[in-house]
Ligand binder design. Sequence first.
Ligand code: ATP
Ligand code: MG
Length: 456
Amino acid sequence: MKLQKPKGTQDILPGESRKWQFVEARAREIFGRYRFEEIRTPHFEHYEVISRSVGDTTDIVSKEMYDFYDKGDRHITLRPEGTAPVVRSYVENKLFAPEVQKPVKLFYMGSMFRYERPQAGRLREFHQIGVEAFGSSNPATDVEVIAMAADFFRELGLTGIRLHLNSLGTPQVRATYRQALIDYLLPHKESLSADSQRRLEENPLRVLDSKEKADQALVEGAPSILDYLDEESQAHLDQVRSLLDALGIDYVMDPRMVRGLDYYNHTIFEFITEVKGADLTVCAGGRYDGLVTYFGGPETPGFGFGLGVERLLLLLDKQGVELPGLPALDVYVATLGAEKSNKLKNPYDFSDTDDLSDSTSKEVKVNQAATLLVQSLRRQGLTAEREYLNRKLKAQFKAADQFQAKTLITLGESELESGRVTVKNNATRAQMEVALSDLEQDAAAVVARVLALGDD
Ligand code: ATP
Ligand code: MG
């Protein structure tokens, strides 16, 4: 077996992880304005928590689960999505209790696992940012959650993301529509893909979601669920639409849109964008008013979405959105005196300092002084880095430039003797001499003064 990462997973390396942190920080900030709070649930759950709530016949449960029996013979699955675990937690922790402020607004960020065929924007371990709001059947909740996702995209600088909206109505509406769809599809059964023939038996609404060309042509002519909405469902949809209009949020009605999960009713939505001529869903969600009772809680409406972080980053990249880089370094400490004798003993080995030759003991002192200095700077809240490799000064200065160091201090034997160092403005090359003790007392003030040098 090769010692490589499993298929469909990825290592998020420095540089890349910075982008993730940026996106996550924006989400936290924006969701915070709407008073959503973070919830963290386990990465694995009892199989049944997912299987029946998401739907036994959905692709997620029937094909994509990472499930196994643990050493105690419990049927466990890595979580493939965030909503069912959050609802489980909501009920288990009695967040429905009257003393908990309603609606309960939660968000999560983390890994999800699905056994899929890996391709661009489709992994086996992927990441979702998701939100769930419990306890409000007000269409304003639907719209606020949709608006929050739109804010997030807009503030990240993304454009061209279309909002698709549909209603699945009440469970009764859905049952009536289900029959109408069967009546429409059954005569054409033979021309459906094998998958869709199976779906027709098990879960006919899922045929609408088929990505097969052959199915799609038939789906075009299928009856629209919007023609089957009852008064209540129609009223809910009308309010959602007029609130979206009032907020100036554009959307298209997409009556063939269903979700890959069975628990939705009333409003469902997706944010879709085009990548290389193909539609890619970045964010998807809707209303799930029956899920809390399914988990044994009191009747409680719910509304939420899940957003694929990899797809979001793919888009940011495609649209050339610039994300902030690593912040510049406040101070780089270069060391002088050791670089001539590169092949010396380990500079961290203080075991027999008495025996050290003169030059080695100087080197050890400079090394220690550099460590004391950067530690003092860091404790004072500055970002500081130092030389560790005893390189020639030229290489050290190059390193400082790579760190975008704002200031530079060179430490050598003479500096240790005098207790004074030169702090250089790395941009203007202007410099200033200060006592090491000044740096220890108020490094920020010293740095500020050096940065002001050459400004006039
Ligand atoms: P798709 O139709 O693309 O398979 P889905 O209906 O399975 O999506 P959801 O279960 O609604 O997707 O998940 C919400 C979001 O999570 C998706 O819109 C997408 O951005 C992301 N997502 C889903 N599956 C994956 C995956 N395997 N890899 C990366 N992101 C994913
Ligand atoms: Mg899927």
